[in-house]
Design a protein around this ligand. Structure first.
Ligand code: C2E
Ligand code: MG
Ligand code: MG
Ligand code: MG
Length: 286
């Protein structure tokens, strides 16, 4: 990447910056034109209902293939996009594209098939958010009931009262709201009751050790019980093994998302995967 840096004239400074800062600048430079140059795509990860054993929804996840940098992961570029404000245009692109895709699935006969879209805290703070979502729904023709947005705890934990108003406006559109990476933020459980949310997504870090660490298992079981009490749908993120699935089934988790069933894949593959029933062996002896 010395070439890229040289071309942008950063080279002289590069030596005095640490590696992370360099990477950040590099990504920022390439990110500016990435949207116009059509370098982004969306992958979709199946969410499987533990009762019906069917894929009932997907989460849209951004992918960036940069000509200069190659594949850059969201964990690397989302923070840069947030810092530079690019997340607003990028997030709108994700929303519009996800709605258009979900409408295609609907028209193809996939009944009640929902798409979930991640929202950055930066997007959530913007006054224009509501209209952005409304336009994406109107222009695509997607019923609001087939859209869910995902927000992290940290995105909504400050300015509680204002955020509750905000969330209610989104809910009034008919859009569902999921709390992402649940358990990793400042879990003010008392607020959970006040937030108008539909879904809790248990963070992968608790799932990884659910069948080996009794304490993590207890935490997950408690979260699921809490979700049930509050009438929230609960999704386990990052499920990779049969053992994890078995534990989650025992705790009556509603929905499973993870490599055990499928990695995030392009839209065409979702259409194919959904057409055939999931392999029975995946659910054997759970
Ligand atoms: P997230 O919203 O919590 O998304 C789930 C992440 O976990 C995805 O990573 C997904 O590929 C990964 N994952 C799913 N199942 C498994 C599993 O079984 N094992 C493992 N090891 N990983 C699994 P990804 O796609 O790299 O995205 C990372 C994060 O970047 C997302 O976390 C989300 O916070 C952010 N992100 C991705 N796309 C968008 C977007 O369109 N907008 C915004 N604002 N953020 C996004
Ligand atoms: Mg998410
Ligand atoms: Mg998550
Ligand atoms: Mg995450």
């Amino acid at each position: 990447y010395a070439k890229t840096m040289g071309r942008n004239g950063y080279r002289f400074y590069a030596e005095s910056l640490n590696k992370n800062a360099m990477k950040f600048l590099q990504i920022e430079g390439c990110l500016r034109n990435a949207l116009n140059n059509d370098e982004f795509s969306l992958h979709y990860q199946p969410q499987v209902c533990l009762k019906s054993h069917k894929i009932i929804s997907v989460e849209a996840l951004l992918r960036w293939e940069s000509p200069e940098l190659g594949n850059v992961t969201p964990s690397e570029f989302i923070p840069v996009a947030e810092d530079s404000g690019i997340i607003n245009d990028l997030g709108e692109w994700v929303m519009r594209k996800s709605c258009v895709q979900a409408k295609k699935w609907m028209d193809a006969g996939m009944q009640n098939f929902r798409v979930s879209v991640n929202l950055s805290s930066i997007q959530f703070k913007r006054a224009s958010l509501l209209n952005m979502i409304k336009r994406a729904l109107d222009d695509s023709g997607l019923p609001a009931s087939l859209l869910e947005v995902e927000l992290t705890e940290s995105a909504i934990m400050n300015d509680i009262d204002q955020n509750i108003t905000r969330l209610n406006q989104i809910r009034d559109l008919g859009v569902a709201i999921a709390l992402d990476d649940f358990g990793t933020g400042y879990s003010s459980l008392s607020y959970l009751k006040r937030f108008p949310i539909n879904t809790l997504k248990i963070d992968r870090s608790f799932i990884i050790t659910i069948d080996t660490d009794p304490e993590d298992a207890a935490i997950v079981e408690a979260i699921i019980t809490l979700a049930n009490t509050l009438k929230l749908t609960v999704i386990a993120e990052g499920v990779e093994t049969h053992g994890q699935l078995k534990a989650l089934n025992r705790f009556h988790c509603d929905i499973i998302q993870g490599f055990y069933f499928s990695k995030p894949v392009p839209a065409e593959q979702i259409t194919k995967i959904v057409q055939q029933p999931l392999n029975k062996d995946l659910f054997a002896q759970i």
